[in-house]
Design a protein around this ligand. Sequence first.
Ligand code: NDP
Ligand code: TDO
Length: 288
Amino acid sequence: MSKIIVTGGRGQLATCIKDESRQSENIFIFLGKEDLDITDQKAVQKVFDELRPDFCVNCAAYTAVDKAESEPVQAKRINVDGAKHLAQSCYRHGTTLIHISTDFVFDGTKNTPYNEQDVTNPLGVYGQTKLEGEKAIADNLEAHVILRTSWLYAQHGQNFMKTMLRLGKEKGILQIVDDQYGTPTYARDLARFIVRLINENTDKYGSYHYSNKGVATWYEFASAIFEYSQTQVAVMAIKSNEYPTAAQRPRYSVLAKRKVQDAFGIEIPEWKDSLKECLSKLGITQNK
Ligand SMILES: NC(=O)C1=CN([C@@H]2O[C@H](COP(=O)(O)OP(=O)(O)OC[C@H]3O[C@@H](n4cnc5c(N)ncnc54)[C@H](OP(=O)(O)O)[C@@H]3O)[C@@H](O)[C@H]2O)C=CC1
Ligand SMILES: Cc1cn([C@H]2C[C@H](O)[C@@H](COP(=O)(O)OP(=O)(O)O[C@H]3O[C@@H](C)C(=O)[C@@H](O)[C@H]3O)O2)c(=O)[nH]c1=O
């Protein structure tokens, strides 16, 4: 039986892991920011000394992409220093670290799916700090699995799907960018995979890409949300320059999943199927 600590334990992905871990025989301990602030090195050491976990899943992060542009110090403290503290404590205790990173480490200039070896070049502070966090982990700990994922959504937490469902009720017309391509990923699918890695006691260390299958623009994602939830709202496709944001997003950030599929023999669901499943969980539509 393994003992697992999950940092950022009240966030979107961590809550999905909590749901998925209910069937597991392993012991999962979810630590919210109030229980463990990963920027506090001594607090991290104390938790590891007391709990001596076999795995640590780091779901703690600074995830506000636009706000990060005006709060780079805070973003770095959480995404880089916090990740390093966890890696160092994992090293001291023989703990395997499962860490989550992002498609925003890429600049989006490719036209084919990004693989793990592709050159990184983040466009904003969030992506830059997530990339530095990856490096801090790899430099301090061999026993790590870094999972880069993209466009997470779930019934829990804050995400684009929930924003769309709210705006769809409030407004008659929405303008959504149609020139950024990526893959919406149901956080529950990723959570299932993470729990499986732990149940298998994985030692297949390294970096992997995991997102749902398929490609969409944010406009296509929004349109599918409204179609499946039968929300009556007009959706206008616009260009990124018609929706100014503090942080630039990659034009294309689809992730190649060959490595993770070959290494773990997993089936990855299509994003549209997973979106239907999620909406069905919310009681908004039938899972067809
Ligand atoms: N959301 C997405 O679309 C994507 C996310 N990712 C990555 O996936 C991971 C999980 O993201 P997600 O669950 O969506 O994010 P959330 O923002 O939902 O969760 C992050 C959690 O971390 C907590 N947190 C913030 N600072 C600290 C700290 N110093 N110590 C401990 N906890 C802290 C937050 O608490 P509080 O809210 O109170 O600040 C929040 O509960 C992150 O690493 C993210 O970068 C990757 C690709 C896409
Ligand atoms: C709300 C809204 C957004 N948009 C655009 C802005 C942006 O280009 C895109 C997505 O908007 P959001 O700000 O909700 O999503 P954003 O925070 O950029 O999402 C990212 O979060 C981080 C944490 C990640 O790691 C990424 O994988 C990705 O999921 O949609 C519109 O065009 N119209 C709208 O009404």
